[in-house]
Design a binder for this molecule. Structure first.
Ligand code: NDP
Length: 410
């Protein structure tokens, strides 16, 4: 067996499972060093209630009657339907939070903050049970007709089995990624900001950290239907990497700068915070601009204008279960500057919302460091996918737009 294969299938999945599953508790302990009890392993009554309400609330919005959006058809002919009410879910959840914090349960943010290790334990147990169920069902009674080559069990658990499984009438990945993961990210950064203000007084740095993430996440819900064409949804299967990642890793790690700053207060002045806010908003706007250009280009079949000129493109062909298809690869606007300029702005935005942690060591910057590794790795994963899918047309695109992320650098 080749070394690459040994690492990919036999070594990395169990190592990742053993490292990442407990590390969320270590991180929580670093940010809020109070003694951990049994609740850090099994959750507390409050943590289980919080987890149950979060899941049921998210599920309810997916079974509500409403508009449906179909994602891209898979290579085995499945066209997954999604509930297209992301903004309604987002606004209703935030209104509920405001109602709870200001009227029904004042101080609920401090309670959630104090119970973070128990909440992460409850989410961890729930996500592991879900991934085990998805693994067994994917092997024993799969819902799709896709033929999946058997691999070592830890790899299958880590990667997941099915591409678009359903559970209790909803798409599992829409539930775990778009609804539970993204909404917990949003709620928790607000919770940590309010808890910080209640415990230690308001801080402009903490507000900027939460505000930038709020704009970023609101943008996600605004654009949720666009997410159904991304790598997470079209390439990654419902398993530990994606479902555990969204249900546990996102609430713990993506929110970490805001969590850390609840106790260790930001050292930035109000003026510096305002500057960081402006820079962060610009980075988020430019990241959105990149995604929007591609979305408009694809929706218009290439008949749109970018940067004041008609869009330029390369015609590309690919094969599906239904036969040959054609599409276009954009070579002007942001997608003519570099092949993944959107990731550069994503990293800059994340850097800005971690910046209020300046002066507290590396901890508040863990997310942006992780994101940089994740996105650089993702560039290679995406390019491998596109090269296999488009062949010669992809090579031509790479010749015409030679840089991956930053012109003349990478
Ligand atoms: P992209 O939006 O970069 O999309 C990549 C896909 O777009 C390719 O697989 C290909 O798909 C298509 N494509 C590539 N080049 C072109 C081109 N020149 N013209 C037209 N289509 C092209 O990928 P992601 O899904 O990774 O990212 C979406 C957003 O999510 C970004 O804003 C990103 O920053 C963000 N993100 C955030 C993460 C986080 O953890 N915070 C993680 C990952 C992403 P096709 O098969 O359709 O041709």
């Amino acid at each position: 067996m080749a070394l690459g294969e040994l690492l990919h299938y036999h070594v990395i999945p169990p190592l990742f499972l053993l490292f990442f599953t407990p590390v969320v508790q270590v991180l929580t302990q670093l940010g809020d060093p109070r003694p951990l009890g049994w609740s850090a392993l099994f959750g507390s009554q409050f943590a289980w209630a919080f987890t149950a309400v979060t899941l049921v609330w998210a599920w309810l919005f997916l079974v509500l009657p409403g508009p449906v959006h179909h994602g891209p058809t898979t290579h085995f002919g499945q066209t997954p339907p999604y509930r297209a009410n992301g903004m309604l879910y987002y606004v209703c959840t935030l209104l509920l939070f405001v109602l709870l914090e200001t009227w029904l349960m004042p101080g609920v943010s401090v309670t959630i903050y104090s119970n973070m290790s128990a909440i992460l334990a409850a989410l961890n147990v729930t996500a592991l049970v879900l991934c085990t169920f998805l693994l067994i069902r994917g092997k024993v009674a799969p819902q799709s007709s896709e033929e999946i080559e058997p691999k070592p069990l830890p790899h299958e658990f880590y990667r997941g089995m099915e591409l678009h499984p359903h559970l209790l009438g909803v798409d599992v990945k829409q539930l775990t990624n778009c609804r539970v993961g993204m909404m917990l990210w949003q709620l928790l950064v607000l919770v940590f900001c309010v808890a910080g203000a209640r415990l230690h007084g308001l801080s402009s740095g903490h507000v900027v950290c939460a505000a930038l993430q709020t704009v970023y996440i609101a943008k996600f819900f605004w654009w949720e239907t666009g997410y159904f064409s991304t790598l997470d949804i079209t390439l990654d299967r419902a398993g530990y990497y994606l479902c555990w990642g969204c249900m546990v890793w996102v609430p713990c790690f993506y929110t970490y700068a805001a969590f850390f700053l609840t106790r260790q207060r930001p050292l930035l002045s109000d003026g510096q915070s305002a500057f960081v806010l402006a820079a962060g908003l610009l980075a988020i706007a430019l990241n959105y601009r990149c995604d929007l250009e591609k979305q408009r280009f694809r929706e218009s079949g290439g008949r749109c204008r970018l940067w004041g000129r008609p869009a330029e493109y390369i015609d590309a062909e690919y094969v599906t279960a239904q036969g040959r298809r054609t599409t276009k690869l954009l070579t002007s606007g942001c997608w003519g500057v570099a092949r993944h300029l959107n990731y550069v702005f994503e990293i800059l935005a994340a850097f800005c919302w971690c910046l209020p942690g300046l002066g507290h060591g590396v901890w508040p910057f863990l997310y942006v460091l992780f994101l940089t590794v994740l996105l650089v790795h993702r560039v290679f994963r995406d390019e491998e996918k596109c090269s296999n899918k488009y062949g010669k047309a992809w090579k031509k695109y790479c010749r015409q737009v030679p840089y991956r992320m930053i012109p003349y650098v990478f």
